[in-house]
Design a protein around this ligand. Sequence first.
Ligand code: ASP
Length: 442
Amino acid sequence: MQGHSNIIVTKFGGSSLADATQFRKVREILISNPARRYVVPSAPGRRFDGDTKVTDLLYQCCHAVHDGGDLETPFNLMRKRFLDIRDELGLSLDLEKELDHIHEKMLAGADADYCASRGEYLNGMLLADFLGWRFMDAAKVVFFRADNTLDSEKTNVVMMALLADDQPTVIPGFYGIAASGRVHTFSRGGSDITGAIVARAVRAQTYENWTDVSGFLMADPRIVEHPQEISRITYAELRELSYMGASVLHEDAMFPVHKVGIPTIIRNTNHPEHEGTLISLTLPVEPTEPTITGIAGRKGFSVVAVEKAMMNAEIGFGRKVLQIFEECGISFEHMPSGIDSLSVVVAADALAPYREEIVRRIAETVEPDSLTIHDHMSIIATVGRGMVSNCGTAARLFSAMSRANINVRMIDQGSSELSIIVGVDDQDFEKTIRAIYHEFVG
Ligand code: ASP
């Protein structure tokens, strides 16, 4: 299935709907293109630095009720946020009734998911009223299974049927209904997922994800000054970058649309004239674009290095080592290996509680010649679909690192040639990202 209609599904993040001014911008964007017929809102986000998101206020309400704190302060702040938006927009929706009902449910011990979901629920009602569109409660169209994973099939079938009449509709993000009949939420930032699910259900041509940045940047702007914007990226590249810590879109928001070939566009509510970043399944490699698409990385890894002469001849060696990690519930990130050595790269905080056990069990099970753990390693992924067709990319990357006096502690290149991964000391993290960026982008 491809996105073949001319329908555009839009999702607006919390900062895009933080106050009445932002609501007006959202309406302008929606009415400027009649193809935008479905909208998924987040709860009102921060209006200024230091402001509190409505979702956080709602979690505070829940903690207050369950841990015996003060419910009224966060509740009234949340209440005022919604009433201010309604009044400033001159709407007459009876939100007080909804708010009183939520207050009662909280006093009766409502759980965290119910409390948190009310931000999207109320914002959806407000937005629908402001636009004159239909409101569709996500609890009627987004279903979770008994193990709380999304029931993708059921959601798709029900949503498709209910939205088949083509009526412009507001569907709140972030939550749905669990098999138990209770409201259940995705993890934080989960409205992105709802938007993707709606896009799939209506076979949208495009899923527009409106936020407060004009798309993805090639590197973290806290590390590289004014990094270039990424105008086009594939889902596979984005997955590599998000896995490594670049975040704009919820990781799980890619699958529903990716699978059916619907492109996602990240756009800026405050700069709608900006084209943003287009994410799609496949993309041609343009000669005008840099060879790499982006760089991202994370600090805080440990490398468990095992050495044993003639390891290569010992069938099952790798499995035995990995099984020990598996039994401790630790997932490994990378596993570079040589003829007589094998290194397992894991997140340091996942390793910490099992460190001694792992050392003991590896020693007992495979009797290595040496077993060492190197801490404080960072992993940096340089990602780009253009790397396959450009020889010399690795050479350029490593010479840039060597010129910057950076010691490479690990190298890993996936067979897809989509990324080159290097491990460096945590203290070289920022320096490495800058060296690679300047080598390829200038
Ligand atoms: N409001 C929720 C959060 O703050 C979900 C979302 O915005 O996507 O995480």
